[in-house]
Design a protein around this ligand. Sequence first.
Ligand SMILES: [Zn+2]
Length: 350
Amino acid sequence: MYELVVLTCLAADAPPVCAERLLPSAEPLTEAACAATADQRAQAWAEAHLDLVLSEPRCALRAETGPVLSLEQVAPGVFVHTGKIGIPSPETGADLANLGIIVGEESISVIDAGGSRAVGEAFYRAIRAISDKPIEAVLLTHMHPDHTLGAGVFAELGADVIGHPKLDRALRSRAENYETSLGALLGAEAFIGTRAVFPTVAAEDGMEIDLGNRRILLRIWPTAHTDNDLTVFDAKTGTLFAGDLVFDTHTPALDGSLLGWRKVLDEIGETATRVIPGHGGPVLDWPAGGAPLRRYLGLLTEDTRAALRKGESLGEATKHIAQGEAGKWALFGEFNIRNATAAYKELEWE
Ligand SMILES: [Zn+2]
């Protein structure tokens, strides 16, 4: 099938910084059908992206329009892309979170969208290599940019953007900062066309989505990894997409509540036989697969409480809190001090 691609350049830059972007179509298109609407669709997209200059709209076979993310089937109709373990850079790009899809008889739900428009497009191409069924929903597990900033491509298809009731506010207050900081880390060219999109539906706890002979269950959680964590459960295969409520390999990142997170971990996955973490995995047995995360969060709590009892300053405490876990996780240096700081500030009020 054919897709419309356009050359997009940052309007303000001389010499121009440019990259091709894919403008998705909800319907599979022949070359002629794509060409018939190309100028009109490019024009509409340009009007919504005034920071960009568009040129050279063309229709091409989908597989030839850019990279395709790898997607592996982890259970019947459940596919996962394993993000890289790393921090955003020109080398790793914004492909740093696990992404997934669940395919029913009628439609597809997407779980998280990657950290840039380019990653979202590569994910879209990978999905379309598996199925042409309508993509009805993109479910965002929480606000963090590596999970959310690729969602625009799915929103343009007409998919509902669904998240925790607190996701909208969390994203709106951070979107500009996310876009600026991630754009700087990745480089302007890799980031062209990336823009946060906001939820169109606030999930209720226990909300179900029917994909056609397949119901998936959404749960919203009290503050844990963030204040807007959502999980997605596929009852048919017992698969739980946990977002960043579960980390594997990658050092956990605390951006909500340490005690809240430990409590939520005891409750998620009760009926799951496999859990897809937000990073690492991509498939964990449950509850055994959550043991390293529980251990880390447990030590973070114990060490922080001990430091507070001794009256250590924040600066002294963060030098040693949870250092017993160093060497057991990737990116420990990048994340542990930040976690220790968050833990200290939370627990000093106990
Ligand atoms: Zn996260």
